[in-house]
Design a protein around this ligand. Structure first.
Ligand SMILES: [Zn+2]
Length: 160
C-alpha cells in the first residue's frame, strides 16, 4: 500500500492503523506504536477522531480507561513484567503534534534504560516519529506484524 506524504491526514484515522490493532472494544483501540521507544510501546486511541480527553463523557472515559487497563494487562503478560508507564500529551505546548487523543503505554523492564525516567523525553518526541513513519514506506513490517500477532494471541487467551 502506498502512503501519500500529505501533512494533513490524521495518522490515527488512516485505515492503515487497523493492522496494528491487537485489542479493541467499544470504539477504543489498542495499537502497537509504529515508532516504539521501547518494546511493546502501545497507544490507546478512540476509533473516531476526538482531540481531547476532556471531550469524553463519563461513559466514554470509562471505556477508554478500561481498554487502557486491558491493553496494559495484555502487555504485562506478553512481556513478563509488571512495570509500565502511561502518558497523555495534549496541545503542542505539552508535546502533542497528532491532534487525535492518544495514551501511550510503555512496558518497562529492569535496566531497560539508563535511568527509569529517561522514557519521558523519548515519548515526548514520539508523535513526530509516528508522522514521519506514516509518510514513508513501513519500517520493519515483519517485526510489527510479529508483535501484533503475539499480543493478539495473549489477548485471545485472556478473553477465553
Ligand atoms: Zn484522527
Amino acid at each position: 500500500m502506498k502512503m501519500k506524504a500529505s501533512g494533513h491526514q490524521c495518522p490515527f484515522c488512516h485505515p492503515g492503523i487497523r493492522k496494528y490493532i491487537y485489542y479493541e472494544a467499544d470504539g477504543y483501540l489498542a495499537v502497537v506504536n509504529i515508532a516504539p521507544v521501547l518494546p511493546g510501546h502501545s497507544l490507546i486511541i478512540p476509533e473516531h477522531h476526538k482531540t481531547s480527553i476532556t471531550s469524553l463523557d463519563a461513559k466514554e472515559l470509562q471505556l477508554f480507561m478500561q481498554v487502557a487497563q486491558k491493553a496494559t494487562y495484555i502487555l504485562m503478560k506478553a512481556f513478563g513484567t509488571d512495570a509500565f508507564d502511561w502518558s497523555v500529551q495534549e496541545k503542542p505546548e505539552a508535546g502533542q503534534s497528532i491532534e487525535h487523543l492518544h495514551m501511550h503505554i510503555v512496558p518497562r523492564m529492569k535496566n531497560d534504560l539508563e535511568k527509569p525516567g529517561d522514557w519521558y523525553p523519548l515519548v515526548h518526541q514520539n508523535d513526530h516519529e509516528i508522522i514521519d513513519s506514516m509518510n514513508r514506506p513501513e519500517l520493519g513490517p515483519d517485526d510489527l506484524k510479529s508483535i501484533v500477532d503475539k499480543l493478539k494471541e495473549v489477548a485471545g487467551n485472556i478473553e477465553s
